[in-house]
Design a protein around this ligand. Structure first.
Ligand SMILES: [Zn+2]
Ligand SMILES: [Zn+2]
Length: 150
């Protein structure tokens, strides 16, 4: 199992321990795990589900990772996927945003339409980051599901 380090860009062969970890995480459908590079000893994030593809390392978690999906009726979580063409994708409905500005625009629209959605985001100067889970309305998922009946 070959892995490219995100820090030193060197390719290395995963140790047996790392291979087992990656395989186990893949089975559990985990999208982000941390691997230590045996060359530069830096840790980096890796998407185990992408390990069979040529470039396997993903960058540090982006600030907007974990944002709630702004689509009506969807309470999925957005992940930033750094590939040749980076994108933001919702694990629930499969929507993909190629530009962060487009994602933030959709978030803005969803908040204007459904004011309770403002509580799952924290506004930053340049966009949004996820609010803490405990700050989300308790019935958030019910509220979002109800959007489909409007
Ligand atoms: Zn390295
Ligand atoms: Zn979604």
């Amino acid at each position: 199992m070959k892995i490219t380090c995100h820090h030193c860009k060197e390719e290395f062969t995963a140790s047996n321990e790392q291979s087992a970890f990656i395989t186990a995480s893949k089975v559990k459908n985990m999208k982000f795990i941390i691997i230590e590079c045996p060359i530069c000893y830096e840790s980096f994030h890796l998407d185990p589900t992408a390990v069979d593809r040529p470039v396997t390392a993903v960058s540090e978690l982006a600030d907007e990772d974990g944002l709630r999906c702004p689509n009506a009726g969807c309470f999925g979580i957005i992940s930033f996927i750094e590939e040749e063409k980076p994108f933001w994708g919702c694990g629930e409905c499969g929507t993909v945003w190629n530009k962060k500005s487009e994602l933030f625009q959709d978030v803005k629209i969803s908040i204007e339409k459904y004011p309770y959605r403002a509580e799952v985001y924290k506004k930053k100067r340049k966009g949004f980051i996820p609010a803490a889970l405990e700050d989300e309305p308790e019935d958030y998922e019910d509220l979002v599901l109800a959007e489909l009946n409007k």
